[in-house]
Design a protein around this ligand. Structure first.
Ligand SMILES: [Zn+2]
Length: 125
């Protein structure tokens, strides 16, 4: 549920219950189904955690949860975050800009403290 694998189960058609659009349905390793946006691979680092999906060669989809993507990795996004039938609150994506703002606030703090970036080590005194 946290990953959004709440797609319609077969034999129901792979259509979004909220907007009626068809999407690409994949089974997950825990047996539920997820609707992924068809033909839309995106750079994984631009997708918020919990919304990064990958499809194995056997057609099974899995969510990388909070793991950082490998450099250059490409993932799939669930239809749910692109659904025109849901409000931002319903997609859960309202957390995305909030998380980006929080990260930027942290970076601004680091910058003000004279750190140069993510590689900067904490001041050990
Ligand atoms: Zn939809």
């Amino acid at each position: 549920m946290m990953e959004g694998a709440t797609g319609p189960e077969p034999p129901a058609p792979p259509e979004c219950p909220d907007c009626g659009l068809s999407a690409e349905r994949h089974v997950t390793y825990y047996g539920t189904h997820v609707l992924l946006e068809p033909d839309m691979p995106v750079p994984a680092h631009t997708v918020p955690v919990w919304h990064r999906w990958y499809v194995d060669s056997n057609g099974t989809a899995w969510n990388s949860r909070e793991d950082e993507p490998a450099p250059g990795a490409v993932c799939r996004v669930p239809h749910r975050i692109a659904c025109p039938g849901l409000s931002p609150e319903e997609t859960g994506l309202w957390r995305w800009p909030a998380a980006v703002r929080a990260e930027n606030a942290r970076r601004a703090c680091d910058k003000a403290a004279g750190k140069t970036g993510p590689a900067a080590l904490p001041d050990a005194g």
